[in-house]
Design a protein around this ligand. Structure first.
Ligand code: OXD
Ligand code: MN
Length: 581
């Protein structure tokens, strides 16, 4: 029950459409979570893990056909098709609503309908936005409790300011033929049917905090981005905040929790967020950022003591695991975790390496932000944190240098718009194929990319003290297929260069594609990387870059008339400079 009439009427109308056995309003309290957990253990939705080694940890096996986001079934439903743009699948809103109405009709019979009020961002922040997800999945409720500020406080905020995004979700029959993730940005509404998995079902995350929020941000004058937020503290105690966009499963969580290498005594990295960043222009002309989420929904495989010790440390209590394997004594296990031997795979079968990996490549952990050893209290700051640098990055085996700085804000927007990356298991489809993924937002921008780039350019015009913009690539490979840069904690060396650039403490080499470190610009002390490798990592191959820029131009021109002319002239300038180089 709520005093907000609009919300009450919507809940009533959903209940009469979906016809659940009961309607339950979630409070977010511990006792509620305990009850739901007990119920899910009973129904088999959750499996208890070893409570001595992993207290409060549970495992969920999703349906084997429901293990990743489904971009081909994700739609942006705007009245004008061009508002969704070539970057999105579009459906006419009336047609989409009719289709969903049919699917939702009676779909919750025999089930409980949970009403989940949530707040994206600190509960008392003017930058936060609220939503309500109606779902028939207790697993979704438990995950939303970790991922958002969920329950009574969020409901109180909704009742106070009256605004909320409406999300309706049913797992339906988990039939991929009857699965749709629909967004109606003009109505601030989401409807998702037929999947119980992560980004398809936890509607606060990709659906609200990126697709709907990006649309809302454009009309309200801010940015909703697929970015981690970290604070990098130097030995003098100064903290610089960096927001960084990488496509799914390209190491955002690892970078967000980085522990500086031995040689970086006195340096510390603070985690504000690992996936989503909302940035608002502040009165001081800077961009101020909040992480709208309260938890991590991170990729498990590859998380180990060498790659992300902070993550490993936070995962040994009060965590929900989805689609990982198990050891014989009921501990969660995934490839890259440690030397233990898995006994069961992610479908609960006896582990047989000839049949399957122990953990699904897109298996996940859901855990509260506060459990991270590098958690920053600033994640709760109502005004957010001031951003010194924006970093874009992709997974590119060739061509793209370790780091480059943009020549200007507009050139930085071009760097973001030109991003490309080899695909990963975070979405269904082929893995390892290079695809253009501007600002790492290809699956998440709730409107036409051309308008989005214009919005980025406009924001740059509005702020007097914009962050510097960079592009990084940790993933270059040599001719033998080995990674040229050690990555992980050693990425600290690149972060240091970025911060020094922001402070004007280090020179850079001006090239056609941007400003690069001088050959001795990156601190390599204590690192076994030879000088030739560094030279290669910072080399600009003019011929190959000309081809790349031509491809980018062709890609951008696919956005037609709405493409910002300023972006095209930036690009043509780079092509001209490459011609002279
Ligand atoms: C995620 C994703 O789950 O980007 O964060 O797919
Ligand atoms: Mn993501």
């Amino acid at each position: 029950m709520t005093s907000n009439q609009q919300l009450q009427e919507w809940v009533n109308s959903v209940a009469s459409l979906t016809r659940p056995d009961q309607v339950y309003w979630c409070s977010g309290e511990q006792s509620e979570n305990d009850r739901l957990t007990a119920q899910m253990l009973e129904s088999g939705e959750l499996i208890e893990l070893n409570q001595d080694t992993h207290p409060g940890c549970y495992l969920h096996h999703s349906d084997p056909g429901d293990v990743a986001r489904v971009e081909h079934l994700t739609f942006i439903c705007t009245s004008d098709r061009d508002d969704a743009g070539p970057n999105n699948h579009w459906m006419d809103p009336d047609q989409a609503k009719a289709k969903m109405q049919e699917l939702f009709d009676g779909c919750m019979q025999g089930r409980t309908m949970y009403v989940v009020p949530y707040c994206m961002g600190p509960i008392d922040s003017p930058l936060s936005r609220c939503g309500v997800e109606i779902t028939d999945s207790a697993y979704v409720v438990a995950n939303m409790r970790l991922m958002t500020r969920m329950g009574n406080e969020a409901l109180a905020r909704i009742e106070n300011d009256g605004l909320f995004v409406r999300g309706l979700h049913s797992i339906g029959e988990l039939d991929p033929e009857r699965r749709f993730i629909m967004h109606f940005p003009e109505d601030l509404m989401i409807q998702s049917y037929g999947s119980g998995y992560g980004g398809n079902a936890l509607l606060g995350k990709k659906c609200h905090a990126l697709r709907i929020a990006s649309y809302q941000a454009r009309t309200e004058g801010w940015l909703a981005e697929h970015m981690l937020i970290v604070g990098v503290e130097n030995p003098q105690g100064e903290i610089h905040y960096i927001a960084a966009a990488f496509p799914s499963a390209c190491g955002k969580t690892n970078l967000a929790m980085l522990i500086p290498p031995e040689t970086y005594k006195g340096w510390k990295v603070w985690t504000v967020g690992d996936d989503i960043c909302w940035m608002h222009p502040g009165e001081d002309g800077r961009l101020w950022a909040i992480n709208p989420e309260a938890g991590f929904f991170g990729v498990a495989p590859g998380t180990g003591s060498g790659t992300n010790p902070n993550a490993l440390a936070m995962l040994n209590h009060d965590t929900i695991f989805t689609n990982v394997g198990q050891t014989a004594d009921g501990q969660p296990w995934w490839e890259g975790k440690d030397d233990s031997i898995p006994a069961k795979d992610w479908q609960g079968r006896d582990f047989d390496p000839a049949v399957s990996k122990a953990a699904h490549p897109n298996s996940r952990f859901t855990v509260a932000l506060r459990q991270c050893p590098s958690y920053s209290e600033q994640a709760e700051a109502p005004r957010g944190v001031p951003i010194s640098a924006i970093v874009f990055g992709g997974r590119r085996e060739r061509l793209v240098p370790l780091v480059q700085e943009s020549k200007s804000w507009a050139h930085g927007v071009l760097l973001g718009a030109s991003m490309a990356s080899e695909t990963t298991a975070a979405a269904t489809g082929a893995v390892g194929v290079v695809r253009r993924d501007p600002m790492a937002m290809k699956p998440f921008c709730g409107y036409n990319f051309a308008d989005y780039w214009q919005h980025w350019l406009d924001i740059g015009e509005q702020i007097s003290n914009p962050p510097a913009i960079f592009h990084v690539n940790w993933f270059r490979k040599d001719d033998e297929g080995g990674f040229m840069w050690p990555g992980f904690c050693e990425n600290m060396r690149v972060l240091e260069w970025i911060i020094k650039r922001c402070k004007g403490e280090v020179d850079a080499l001006e090239t056609a594609i941007g400003k690069l470190p001088l050959i001795d610009g990156i601190n390599l002390s204590g690192l076994q990387v030879n000088a030739d490798t560094i030279r290669d990592l910072l080399h600009v191959d003019t011929g190959a870059w000309s081809t790349e820029m031509d491809e980018i131009l062709t890609y951008l021109q696919g956005y037609g008339d709405r493409l910002p002319p300023a972006l095209v002239s930036e690009l043509k300038q780079v092509i001209a400079d490459l011609g002279q180089a």
